[in-house]
Design a protein around this ligand. Structure first.
Ligand code: GSH
Length: 234
């Protein structure tokens, strides 16, 4: 099996964690947005990562990949069988992918992607707006989920919901922010608990290694930053 994607992406990390949780051996084809797009446009009309290759089967989209992996490697189950529990896990994954994404990738764009890949200035006003307006209601909601569900976000236990949400918060942390434990104590403790899992530890080691190369070498830099910006439509 092969995973194509950038180790900093929360969607790629979601799949990477699942592969490790299920002890599936895979080859990791690490790429960067803006310079390696042919590699994923070949397999997806959206041109977005991740892509999973399993023999001749090329599957885009982290949510579809999560369903596939849970089907072919049922242990440990990361999507519950009970209909209500299953639906709730899928809802929290969707909440993470749509509501937390502007928080994590918005911060990372303002502080890293824009300056590093597109020649834009660091956008601290943009980051402050995200921290003031997007983070508090999202973290309040997650805190409420944990106060109802316990150690993990959704019953019956650790699931795709935890993986998807934690993967987004990893990117927020990479952008220099942490969870305020005085304001969101359950969420802060949950994040530590999830990140301590061996599957997450493997991904975080890889994240740090890749981030170092991405920041300090030109290996993943687009040749022309302004052309790259036009490609992203910014
Ligand atoms: N719904 C998709 C979203 C994937 C996505 O947005 N990937 C971003 C990286 S975090 C991407 O490929 N961006 C590159 C681009 O837009 O050119 C999934 O779950 O896989």
């Amino acid at each position: 099996m092969e995973l194509i994607g950038m180790p900093l992406s929360p969607f790629v990390k979601k799949c990477e964690v699942i592969l490790h949780e299920k002890n599936i051996t895979f080859h990791y084809r690490q790429i960067s947005p803006l310079i390696d797009q042919d590699q994923y446009f070949e397999h997806s009309p959206t041109g977005k990562m991740p892509i999973l290759l399993d023999g001749d089967f090329a599957l885009p989209d982290s949510s579809a990949i999560a369903v596939y992996l849970d089907g072919i490697a049922p242990e440990p189950a990361l999507i519950p069988a009970d209909p209500a529990q299953r639906a709730w896990v899928i809802w929290l994954e969707e909440y993470s992918d749509s509501v937390l994404l502007p928080l994590s990738s918005g911060l990372f764009f303002a502080r890293f992607i824009g300056p590093r890949l597109m020649g834009l200035p660091v956008d601290e006003d943009g980051a402050a707006a995200i921290l003031d307006n997007v983070m508090p209601p999202a973290f309040d909601y997650l805190e409420k989920q944990l106060s109802a569900a316990g150690a993990y976000l959704a019953p019956p236990g650790y699931s795709l919901a935890d993986i998807a949400v934690a993967a987004q918060i990893c990117m927020m942390r990479l952008a220099g922010e942490s969870i305020d434990a005085a304001r969101w104590p359950l969420l802060a403790a949950w994040f530590e608990r999830v990140c301590a899992r061996p599957a997450f530890q493997k991904c975080l080691t890889e994240e740090a290694r890749f981030f170092d190369i991405w920041q300090n070498t030109d290996q993943f830099l687009p040749v022309d930053g302004s052309a790259a910006a036009r490609q992203l439509g910014r």
